[in-house]
Design a protein around this ligand. Structure first.
Ligand code: HEC
Length: 205
């Protein structure tokens, strides 16, 4: 910006574009009207437009994610990573004793119950009393009644008899929890229990 006093003629700037502000004079100091470059003004207006769009999107129309949205997204990403990891790295080895230990853990039984209600109750009844699928509360088993037998039936299913395999759906630990839940309802004899199917298997533990 070039300054000038009243006595000096005001030169045009190098580009010959600037205009002297005629009615603007302080202590003899005068000023050019030096417009902001177009690119600068464009960015300035763009920030204002952006702020309005963002404000509306954030507070009213919900197309801008807030902290909670981001957190939920991250948590479900984390959950997926964790589930994949657990699938690759099961927390237990499958044998009678370790499945029995899972069955002794009430929190695992609860977890198994939730899974059972979600996916198994449609065929085995919400109390395991049996519907299309057999009764889970009696001591009769078609495919064996040890913990490992039950685990294997859940894992591999019996496709030609209508029992789906759950290996791809539930992790090793989740299937172990399902065994734990089935163990916990042994002998409960719920209303409407389906007649026994298979062979009598005396409980070992
Ligand atoms: C679409 C129906 C259906 C669903 C869903 C289903 N089952 Fe089954 N299940 C069956 C049928 C039918 C059988 C009997 C198979 C046979 O006759 O060989 C069976 C058998 C079983 C057996 C073996 C019982 C025995 O006497 O040996 C177990 C254990 C079992 N299911 C557990 C589960 C669990 C746990 C789930 C949920 C994760 C589940 N099932 C979901 C239909 C189903």
């Amino acid at each position: 910006m070039t300054m000038s006093t009243e006595n000096n003629p005001v030169p045009e700037n190098a580009e010959g574009q600037d205009v002297l502000i005629a009615d603007h004079r302080y202590d003899g100091i005068r000023e050019y009207d030096n417009p902001m470059p177009f690119w600068w003004s464009a960015i300035f207006w763009a920030t204002i437009v952006f702020s309005l769009v963002y404000y509306v999107g954030f507070f009213f129309m919900d197309f801008v994610d807030d902290y909670q949205d981001d957190l939920n997204q991250s948590m479900s990403d984390l959950e997926a990573v964790r589930a994949a990891w657990e699938k690759e790295h099961p927390q237990i080895t499958i044998d009678e004793a370790s499945l029995a230990a899972v069955a002794d853990d009430p929190s695992k039984v609860e977890e198994g119950k939730a899974l059972f209600v979600a996916q198994c109750a449609a065929c085995h009844g919400p109390e395991g009393q049996g519907l299309i699928g057999p009764n889970m509360t009696d001591q009769y088993w078609i495919h064996g009644g040890t913990n490992v037998d039950i685990y294997n039936t859940i894992t591999n299913g019996v496709l030609d008899k209508g029992m789906p395999p759950w290996e791809a759906v539930y992790t090793v630990d989740q299937r172990a929890s399902l065994v734990a839940f089935i163990r916990s309802i042994q002998g409960t004899n719920p209303a409407g229990a389906k007649e026994p199917q298979g062979d009598l298997v005396e409980p070992t533990s």
